[in-house]
Design a protein around this ligand. Sequence first.
Ligand code: PLP
Length: 383
Amino acid sequence: MKKLYLDYAATTPLCEEAFEAMRVCFADNFGNANSQHSFGREAAKTVAEARATVARVLNAEPNEIYFTSCGTESDNWALKGAALARGDAKGRIIVSATEHPAVYHSAEQLRNAGFDVCELPVDGDGLVHAEELEKAITPDTFLVSVMYANNETGAVQPVKRLAEIAHAHGALFHTDAVQAAGALPLDVKALGADMMSLSAHKFYGPKGVGALYVRNGVNLVPLIAGGEQERAKRGGTTDTPAIAGMAAALKRAYDNLDAENARVASVRDAFVAYVESNVQGAVLNGPKDPELRLPNNADFRFGGIDGEALLFALDLAGICASGGSACSSGSKEPSRTLLAMGLSPSEAKGSVRFTFGRHTDVADALYAAEQVANAVKRLRALQ
Ligand code: PLP
């Protein structure tokens, strides 16, 4: 049976470039990057090169890039580090209603600690409107955190505009770019981001490594207190192989960004066109405008079909997709993001996310779409 992986938003396979960069570290370049001897210096050189590569893609300075253990840590650090730097639990933090759990659970913890946390609503496509931020922002707002692209619908937020509003009111702007990285430009200066979270495993790098861009001048208290690593801002022995793998994967993704985006968008569009014309009641969740949606994302609901039953049927047919996001799988609750967009709980539970990638082509997309049509037909026959 043909097996198709259509869950690239959950994670991606390691690319050759990342694998090779990591192999060298595992095989020979195993020193502790903080050791003073030649083994340490060799590892430190690899880390410095990786930092410079990431900085180049972000149009940042190398000393503005901090390596972390994942996107979740980067998000936690951005929010809690900025809050801890205040000295007291006063002031407002604004987040959108569709943030990843790494942001909204961090915001919730800060609310429990006494901060005033405000959630921005989204429209039916999952987009934040600048006017909503204008209404919510107060003189004591010190941080606005809105994701660059959503992990369920692929909705691309107007981060540049939101950052301008945050700055006009004296607040910092953080963006979770975990889903955007590898698909959208990450120029922090053009976007106006003071902090930006990344995670390597979403762009064909290894799992368990991320980065946080922190603009020089932003005061962030360390989340992982420890030694002198990462300029004494993030303790823990440096994971040289993971960092080298992350940088190699990011470079590969941005060396070929436009061509791969166009290719994967045509794969996704073939899937969407087939499903829309062959599956009765299929509705695409999120923005229809390709400029406002990640090129690899198709998130559908199928009137009256239970998403879990459909995923199960698809898995049996060799199609690996996802209900909402991998981070909330196992949860019986409907997706917070889809509810915030105005979907009913049953519509939200009936939604399935298909995300395409480097190893899917148009023939795969059409095959998968046919399997979706068959599975929906079979499930409807059972109703
Ligand atoms: N933020 C977003 C938007 C994500 O999609 C994810 C992962 O799914 C994360 C943060 C967390 O990243 P990590 O898996 O590296 O912890």
